[in-house]
Design a protein around this ligand. Sequence first.
Ligand SMILES: [Zn+2]
Ligand SMILES: [Zn+2]
Length: 334
Amino acid sequence: MKACLLRTPGRTDENPLEFTDCPEPDPRYGELLVRVQVCGVCRTDLHVIEGELPPKKSPVIPGHQVVGIVEKTGEGSRRMAKGARVGIAWLHKTDGTCGYCRRGEENLCDTPLFTGYSVDGGYAEWIVAPESFVYPLPQGFPDEQAAPLLCAGIIGYRCLRMAQLERGAKLGFYGFGAAAHVAIQVAKYWGVEVFASTRDARHQSLAMELGAKWVGGTLDAPPEKLDAAIVFAPAGDIVPAALKALRKGGRLILGGIHMSDIPSFPYDLLYQERTIRSVANNTRRDGEEFLALAAEIPVRTHVQVYPLSEANRALNALKNDAIPGAAVLRVGSA
Ligand SMILES: [Zn+2]
Ligand SMILES: [Zn+2]
């Protein structure tokens, strides 16, 4: 099969992904073989490919926002039928037995496997995944539109949940890429006002178009105090600025898997019961709840489609803020 293989992490402008032939995977017990139609490009892929996250498997096929069709079910798989359209996300598998899994916090599992990081992902024509970690996809989303829901959408939803928003709440977004452009649609559906801080003019105009109440530069102070804020951009120097924008008791949620160092800041910015919390991965329940909600709203994603062979170019565009919305790789024929 054709796939984009990462042998050694490197800068995206030096084409670290090799578009090449790889052996087709075989589904094992409880797994599905899925023909990939499209795979979304996530900032986490960028962190894997450029080596900001330590390698877990080498070489590896990245990609964890897969929309595909079930081709073959391994022994012991019964939930999905051949021909079903499914989504495969970041959480490939958990042990199901550690204290976190038993408490319903499988996102924090002690021995997790991640799609496109610890196991091969969706920048390929075929992928295997455990049936119990695969999502049935709601109708009404074309493949390209559905892909960004699977990580950008689900992680953004978990961030929104952690922000504990009530109707009428004021919410800040720092960075306005794939996750924020979905999360704003959920926030507005819940009656929440969104204040978007982002450096790129294209991202600013998308935020306006999607109904942000205010749009400004990354470190500009929003005109009103915020009940909560979510940092999607991987820049630690945003944290003190975002804390400054919060009201007393406000919540700051950090949505990324990787962030540059957070500079020191006066305790006064945190005092008055402001909290900072990171979001790590997601549970299957987050995924199921979000996909149902996305269909109900319905969420509309803005996507820029690239052929699989041009994954390096798509990643480079993402790195340079040149994608309003989300980048998606087309793998199978439309
Ligand atoms: Zn576990
Ligand atoms: Zn992701």
